[in-house]
Design a binder for this molecule. Structure first.
Ligand code: IVH
Length: 670
C-alpha cells in the first residue's frame, strides 16, 4: 500500500465525518448530495483496493451522525437501514444481476418502485394500535425520540384503524410540499429570519424543535414506506404491506408506487418518473426499488448497513455549469440590498436559468465568488437556483471581486450593515426601490389584498409621481389612471374599486401590511389579538409589548421604532384621513380562557393535539409545550409520563380529555 493511499484515506475520512456532522447534526450542509456521494464512493473504492484501511472509525462503517444531545436517545428495535445508490441504467441492471445470482435464479423478479422523497426518515411505534413513540433514524441503530413533534403531524394517526396488529414499527419519510416550503420561506424572510436552503433542511429543522408548538405550525407530512417489527398480522409481499399500512390509516404514496415485473420495466418506470418529476408537489431525488416478495427479501438479507433487496436509483443532479456575467444589486422593502448573479443562460433539468440568488456577502465570501467566474448552479426546491460552487481552476485572472456597496444602487443614499445582520441596508427613506417593494407588500394577498395592483401598475404610479407612500393610493382618481399605458375605463374602475374595498381589512392584516420589521403574518395576528386596534397598539410601552407571549425584545424594539418614526406617523394619519379604518379584532383579553395556560400530554383520543391547541387559542387561552409554574391545567391522555409527574409535584390541576371539554364549555358560559 502506498503512502498516497493512506494519506488520501485519512483525508477522505476526515472530510466525510465533517460533512456528516454538518448535514445530520447541524442541518447546515456545505456541499451538494452529489458531491458527498462522490467522496463517499472514492472512499469505498479505496477501501476495496486496500481492505486494510477499513477501520471502525471509517465513515463507510457508519451512516449518519450521533443524535443531538437535547432529545432522548431512542434505540430502534430493528436497525433502520440505508440504501445503496445506482446512478445509471448499468448500475441498476447490475443490482438485478446480483439479486438473481444470490437467489440462484434466472426467473424475472417483481420489484416495487417508490418515490424517493427527500425529507427525514422516521420510525413510529404502535402498541395495541396506539402511537407510543416516534423517532428519527439517527445513525440507524439509535435515533432521537421526537414523539411529541411527530404527533403534531396531521398525517400521523394517533390510533390505528382496527383490526390493527399487536405491535407495529412503521418507517416513513417526513417531508414538506414545495409550495408550503416556499410559503414558509417567504414568511421567514418577512420576519427577518434566515430562510431554509431546501425543503429537506426545513423539514429537519422543524422536526428538531424542542418546542413542539413550533413544529405544529410547520406544514409537515409523512409517507410511510416500510416496516420494522410486526406482531399479530401477516404480510407476504412489500406491496401487500403498503396496502395494509394504508388500511390501518397510515399515509402511503400508493398513487405513485408501481409494481414492475423484471428490471427492464423498472427502467421504463424510472424514465417516466424522471420526466414527470416537475409535476409532483414535492421534491424527489430518485426512485427506490425493492424486491416485492418478503420471503425473497429474507433470503437476500442485508450487509452491514444496506439491504441486498433494495436500491435507490438517483436522478442526475439538477446542476449545470455556467458563467457569472455580472452581479446586480436588488433593493427590498426594508432596504436590504441583496446580490443576484446574472448568469449566461443555461438549461438546468429542463428549465432555462439566467439568475441565481447569492443571498448576502457572507455567502459570496464563503463561495469565494468573483464576476467572470465559472460556477455550478443547482435547482433545489426553489424557483431561483443557487450557486453551489465556483470552479476556481478555470480562472484566467480577469475575474473581479464583488464590491460591497456603499451607496444604494437605486437612490444613492448611504448603505450600511448593522451589527449582527447579514445584509447591508439602504437608509434612504424615499428610495424608489424600497417604496415600490413596500407598496407591493402593502397590496399583497395576506396584507390589504388589492387585487390587480402588481408590478406593472406600481411602476407607472411611481414613474408618474402619483404616489409617494401607500396612503396616496386611496386618493387616486380616475384621471390619474388615465395616464397609464394600456389602461381602459373598465380596468381603471376595477382597480379603484379594489383599492377602495381594501379600506376595512381586519386590523391584523393592516398591521402586517405596514411592513414593520420582524412582524410577519403570525406576529401581526398575535399583536392584533392582544391590542385590538392601532389606537391601543401605538402607545404600548416596551414592557407591555414584552408581556405578550411570543413577543421578544427584537420585535418590541422594532414596533416601537416604527411608531416613533415621524414619517410613519404621517403616513398613518394620512391613511386614517383617507378612510382606511381597519376592523377592530376580538381582543384576547375578552376570551373566556384568557390568562389560562394549558399543556397537553399523553395519547389523546378525542381530538388531536393541534385541534386542542386551536380550541384553547380561539378562546383566548394559551397552549404551551411544557409544564411549568405558569401552567394552569394539564390535560393528560393515556400513557402520560414525566409531564404528569411534574404537574402533580407542582400541584397543577390535571384533567382528562372529557373533563377538559366539559371545563371549556363551562368557561364559555358568561
Ligand atoms: S427504504 C431498507 N423507501 O432514503 C430500506 N427509503 O438512503 C431503507 N427514502 O433513509 C429505506 N423515500 O430517508 C426507503 N420510499 C422510500 C424512501 C426512502 C425516501 C430515504 C430514507 C432513507 C434513505 C435511504
Amino acid at each position: 500500500m502506498t503512502d498516497v493511499a493512506v494519506r488520501r484515506h485519512t483525508e477522505l475520512c476526515k472530510e466525510l465525518h465533517r460533512h456528516n456532522h454538518l448535514y445530520h447534526v447541524l442541518d447546515q450542509p456545505e456541499i451538494s448530495d452529489a458531491d458527498y456521494d462522490q467522496l463517499f464512493r472514492e472512499l469505498l473504492d479505496l477501501e476495496q483496493q486496500h481492505p486494510e484501511l477499513r477501520s471502525v472509525a471509517s465513515p463507510s462503517q457508519r451512516v449518519g451522525a450521533a443524535p443531538l444531545e437535547k432529545f432522548p436517545a431512542f434505540e430502534h428495535a430493528r436497525p433502520m437501514l440505508s440504501l445503496e445508490n445506482a446512478f445509471n441504467d448499468d448500475e441498476l441492471r447490475e443490482f438485478d444481476t446480483r439479486v438473481r445470482r444470490f437467489l440462484a435464479t434466472d426467473q424475472q423478479i417483481d420489484y416495487v418502485c417508490e418515490m424517493k422523497l427527500d425529507g427525514v426518515a422516521v420510525e413510529l411505534v404502535y402498541e395495541k394500535g396506539r402511537l407510543v413513540a416516534g423517532s428519527t433514524r439517527g445513525n440507524g441503530l439509535v435515533g432521537e425520540q421526537i414523539t411529541e413533534n411527530l404527533r403534531t403531524l396531521s398525517s400521523v394517526p394517533l390510533v390505528l384503524q382496527p383490526p390493527f396488529p399487536e405491535l407495529l414499527d412503521v418507517r416513513g419519510e417526513v417531508y414538506m410540499d414545495l409550495a408550503a416550503f416556499q410559503q414558509l420561506n417567504r414568511t421567514r424572510e418577512e420576519d427577518g429570519q434566515p430562510v431554509f436552503a431546501n425543503p429537506r433542511n426545513a423539514t429537519a429543522g422543524s422536526l428538531r424543535q424542542l418546542d413542539s408548538q413550533i413544529t405544529t405550525k410547520r406544514p409537515l407530512k409523512i409517507y410511510c414506506y416500510g416496516l420494522g417489527r410486526l406482531e399479530g398480522a401477516d404480510v407476504a409481499s412489500h406491496f401487500g404491506a403498503l396496502q395494509q399500512l394504508q388500511e390501518w390509516g397510515l399515509r402511503v404514496n400508493l398513487e405513485h408506487t408501481h409494481l414492475a415485473h423484471g428490471i427492464e420495466e423498472v427502467l421504463t418506470y424510472f424514465r417516466d418518473v424522471e420526466a414527470a418529476r416537475e409535476n409532483l408537489p414535492y421534491e424527489i431525488d430518485g426512485v427506490v426499488v425493492k424486491v416485492d416478495s418478503l420471503a425473497l427479501q429474507r433470503e437476500l438479507g442485508e450487509k452491514t448497513r444496506t439491504p441486498r433487496w433494495a436500491i435507490a436509483c438517483k436522478f442526475a443532479p439538477r446542476q449545470a455549469e455556467t458563467l457569472v456575467e455580472d452581479v446586480r444589486l436588488q433593493v427590498g422593502r426594508t432596504g436590504a440590498v441583496t446580490p443576484v448573479a446574472q448568469l449566461r443562460p443555461v438549461e438546468v433539468a429542463g428549465v432555462m436559468v439566467s439568475r441565481a440568488s447569492l443571498h448576502n456577502w457572507d455567502e459570496i465570501d464563503r463561495l469565494d465568488l468573483r464576476i467572470g467566474d465559472r460556477v455550478v448552479v443547482e435547482r433545489a426546491g426553489d424557483v431561483i437556483p443557487d450557486v453551489v460552487k465556483v470552479i476556481s481552476e478555470q480562472r484566467d485572472g480577469t475575474e473581479s471581486a464583488v464590491p460591497m456597496p456603499t451607496v444604494c444602487p437605486e437612490c444613492g443614499s448611504p448603505v450600511s450593515r448593522l451589527e449582527g445582520e447579514v445584509v447591508p441596508r439602504c437608509q434612504g427613506i424615499a428610495c424608489p426601490a424600497r417604496l415600490k417593494e413596500s407598496i407591493k407588500h402593502f397590496a399583497s394577498k395576506g396584507a390589504m389584498d388589492i387585487d390587480g395592483l402588481g408590478d406593472r401598475y406600481i411602476d407607472q404610479l411611481l414613474r408618474l409621481d402619483l404616489v409617494k407612500d401607500v396612503a396616496d393610493l386611496y386618493t387616486l382618481e380616475r384621471q390619474d389612471l388615465n395616464q397609464f399605458e394600456r389602461m381602459g375605463d373598465r380596468l381603471a374602475e376595477k382597480l379603484l374599486q379594489a383599492i377602495a374595498s381594501s379600506r376595512q381589512r381586519p386590523f391584523s392584516r393592516f398591521l402586517y401590511a405596514l411592513g414593520i420589521r420582524h412582524v410577519g403574518t403570525h406576529l401581526a395576528k398575535v399583536l392584533a389579538r392582544q391590542f385590538g386596534s392601532l389606537d391601543e397598539l401605538m402607545p404600548a410601552t416596551r414592557e407591555e409589548l414584552l408581556a405578550v407571549h411570543e413577543v421578544g425584545g427584537q420585535v418590541a424594539d422594532s414596533v416601537i421604532r416604527f411608531f416613533e418614526g415621524s414619517r410613519n406617523r404621517t403616513v398613518l394619519d394620512k391613511l386614517n384621513q383617507a378612510g382606511v379604518i381597519p376592523r377592530q379584532e376580538a381582543r384576547l383579553a375578552g376570551g373566556p380562557l384568557s390568562g389560562k395556560t394549558f399543556v397537553f400530554t399523553g395519547a389523546l383520543e378525542l381530538f388531536t393535539r393541534k385541534q386542542a391547541q386551536e380550541m384553547v387559542e380561539q378562546l383566548g387561552g394559551r397552549a404551551a409545550g411544557s409544564v411549568s409554574k405558569k401552567t394552569d391545567f394539564l390535560v393528560a391522555g393515556a400513557n402520560a409520563g414525566s409531564k404528569r409527574d411534574k404537574a402533580e409535584s407542582l400541584g397543577i390541576e390535571i384533567l382528562s380529555e372529557s373533563e377538559f371539554l366539559q371545563r371549556i364549555e363551562e368557561m364559555k358560559q358568561p
